[in-house]
Design a binder for this molecule. Sequence first.
Ligand code: AMP
Ligand code: MG
Length: 323
Amino acid sequence: MICLGIEGTAEKLGVGIVTSDGEILTNLTKHMPLKEGIHPREAAQHHAQNLKPLLEKALEKAGISLGEVDLIAFSRGPGLGPCLRVVAVAARTLALKYRLPILGVNHCVAHIEIGRLTTGAKDPLTVYASGGNTQVTAYVEGRYRVFGETLDIALGNCIDQFARELKLGAPGGPIVEKLARGGSYVELPYVVKGMDLSYSGLLTAAVKKATEASVADVCFSLQETAFAMLVEVAERALAHTEKEEVLIAGGVAVNKRLQEMLRTMCEEHGATFYAPPRDVLGDNGAMIAWLGLLSYASGARQRLEDTHVIQRWRTDEVEVLWR
Ligand code: AMP
Ligand code: MG
């Protein structure tokens, strides 16, 4: 079976084609150029304008035609409403035209499943940090349970907003990572509440700190503080769940320092650390296609009229039928 997956929850548009054996035939992502934050309507326009050429390129790269596709999957949520709707309309149109089954799938769960597929991790604690989400999850009794998450903004959003305030460029993650090299620690607020995280106070404090300390020092300290908070929550979740693997997901997980901190934590607990390849860490179409295939194989079906988008759709609301 071949599944075409379309991702478009935020500023990135992705088309991936995956077989039911887990072979990724193609995985193309188009990034919307960003100067400011993401404007939902502009991002939706970007997706609408770029989907057809991206889809054609993906099919060409995979060496197949739409007639050979067996299933259409799309990111149904969580995400920005206008973006989700563009992608859902495109997916429904393809499903109708080619008389194909369609499945809208959960974006966060897709991150976890593509990580399992590409790393071979079996039952990991997943640390998912992106522009819009920050969650520590693990599979327990039929669902990916959330053991800790941000109470306000996501980790990626915190770093991106910091970089924007200081006019360092966008997206901020890779820029701050580079600038942090050679920096030394200046104190910033470390906010972990129970098992949850709060990044908005840290953001405000870091921006303020940049008026008195060097950019390198603040970038370094922002990373150290924000990442240590996440690793602390992950560590307690690991001890509690007694999982033996830790998997990373999301665009922020590309960060070498975050990976290093998590790897160290894993070593101390005798857990195996898994980092998927870069092109499946951030938002991408292959993860949507793969979760579509897993869901379909386990019996999930959706009628066209039931494929409305779900802007707020928690990871732990999804019944995991394929495990
Ligand atoms: P995603 O939403 O999963 O595609 O991830 C996008 C987020 O990843 C944005 O907030 C980026 O700033 C962030 N990001 C990308 N590369 C890095 C990096 N090297 N370090 C930290 N964050 C990063
Ligand atoms: Mg994501």
